[in-house]
Write a protein that binds this ligand. Structure first.
Ligand code: FCB
Length: 455
């Protein structure tokens, strides 16, 4: 693989641009029943036969819980400004209501303090999908009461950590939780009902707005926002039918979230299309959802090509693919960011996840993942191009620090800058880790020059 890199338009990254790396609790922590942790919907889902491609689960994962200090050292070695992680709600509040678990809380205190001691800014996500199972047992996100439980959990975490974390994200990728979790059922909790999925999406958005209002009323100093998975949605052909299918898909996956968050309304065409599956919206919900945010997080991996008959298949189109079968389309990220700016009035944007799975092999203590280096460098370049065209992007985070539990794909898909041997749990930084570190060194040198020039 040719790892020679395109030249970065380095000057396009402002000196205060935040460079980071991301993980989530369920995918790395393990210790599924350790020190009073409650069961999450993903613990339960993994036990369903056939739910996870390799039959695996998160019981041990990367054993991050027991390797916190050495993992923090790895993050420090990487040279990032920020680390994005999530809290496991059932680890800190096992039943999702009532008492908080002091041992769970202590773990995240150590995590946040360990980052600060190393000069790394903590970016906290409250909900990266692992809802306490006991809340699911009483209806989960389809039930409005879960919004109020979430706000109570959010306030508790903000009171404990809000003085030290730079940013708090309410939810990671509501579309995934709603649609993959409740419509196609391929993710936890494995429900298959479109009406339920749309009610779940609405409750996620309502709880986001409520949490923002309550946290601000409590005097929380962290910046507050949400993270969405977004792609340019492209029709497969020039036909009317494909254009209409793409428009609807854009409505369901992009506008359904951005219109309420940034304009306080659901897109009419999608509402009409949903018929009786449209959610039940209470008086005042739309104002709550549109509570102003301090940032909007964007996760980008690939574009989405839509055909009316569902026949489009990336594999048949000859372009480069990752090991997930996702097309590699860096210019799609520039296109997406520019479109966001054109169509909505935006708070600062952060690319909160971007990265790729490849079939890495560990040989003589090295992983030569030139394909990942190329993926990352071309996508960073794409962000630089968007900034150069005036899009307010303030940060970029690589998914992911470690190889980890890739949800329904199990452990076979490796996204890490650091290779994990799942037998020994040994960590080996890949070539991409060293490349990103070198890139960040270059950014820091630029910053020094900038500060020098300003002095
Ligand atoms: C995103 C998830 C993240 C990871 C990447 C590959 O949708 O937020 O946890 O699984 O995909």
């Amino acid at each position: 693989m040719n790892a020679s890199l395109p030249l970065h338009p380095r000057s396009h990254f402002p000196p205060d641009f935040v460079w980071g790396v991301a993980t989530s609790a369920f995918q790395i922590e393990g210790a599924a029943t350790w020190q009073g942790k409650g069961e999450s919907i993903w613990d339960r889902f993994c036990r369903q036969p056939g739910a996870i491609a390799d039959g695996s689960h998160g019981d041990v994962a990367c054993d991050h819980l027991n390797r916190l200090d050495s993992d923090l050292d790895l993050i420090e070695r990487l040279g990032v400004d920020a680390y994005r992680f999530s809290i496991s709600w059932p680890r800190v509040q096992p039943d999702g209501r009532g008492a908080f678990n002091p041992q769970g809380m202590a773990f995240y205190e150590r995590l946040v303090d360990g980052l600060l001691q190393r000069g790394i800014r903590p970016y906290l996500t409250l909900n990266h999908w692992d809802l306490p199972q006991s809340l699911q047992d009483s209806g989960g996100w389809a039930h409005r009461d879960t919004c109020y439980r979430f706000v109570q959990y959010a306030r508790h975490m903000a009171q404990a950590l809000g003085d030290r974390v730079a940013a708090i994200t309410t939810h990671n990728e509501p579309w995934v939780m709603a649609v993959l979790g409740h419509e196609s059922g391929v993710f936890a909790p494995g429900v298959r009902n479109r009406g339920t999925a749309m009610q779940v999406a609405h409750h996620l958005l309502v709880s986001h707005g409520l949490a923002l209002q309550e946290l601000r009323a409590d005097g929380c100093k962290s910046r507050l926002g949400i993270v969405l998975n977004l792609s340019p949605i492209v029709p497969a052909t020039a036909s009317e039918a494909d254009a209409a299918a793409a428009r609807l898909e854009d409505g369901r996956s992009v506008r359904w979230y951005l219109d309420p968050l940034l304009r306080g309304e659901y897109p009419e065409d999608v509402w009409h299309h949903l018929g009786t599956d449209a959610p039940c919206v209470e008086h005042g919900d739309m104002e709550l959802i549109a509570t102003p945010m301090d940032f909007l997080g964007v996760n980008y991996y690939t574009r989405s090509v839509v055909s009316a008959n569902g026949s489009w298949n990336a594999k048949e189109h000859g372009g480069p693919l990752t090991d997930m079968g996702w097309e590699i389309v860096p210019q799609g990220l520039t296109q997406l960011l520019r479109r966001l700016q054109r169509d909505w009035s935006l708070p600062p944007l952060y690319v909160m996840e971007n990265g790729a799975a490849f079939r890495d092999s560990l040989q003589d203590g090295r992983v030569h993942d030139g394909d990942r280096v190329e993926y990352l460098s071309s996508h960073i370049d794409a962000v630089g191009r968007a900034i150069a065209q005036g899009v307010p992007v303030a940060g970029y985070m690589v998914w992911s620090l470690l190889d980890n539990f890739e949800w329904a794909s199990g452990y076979a898909k490796r996204f890490g800058l650091v290779h994990v041997d799942y037998d020994s749990l040994a960590r080996t930084p890949k070539d991409s880790f060293h490349w990103y570190r070198g890139f960040l060194d270059g950014q820091k040198a630029q910053r020094k020059l900038h500060v020098g020039a300003m002095a």
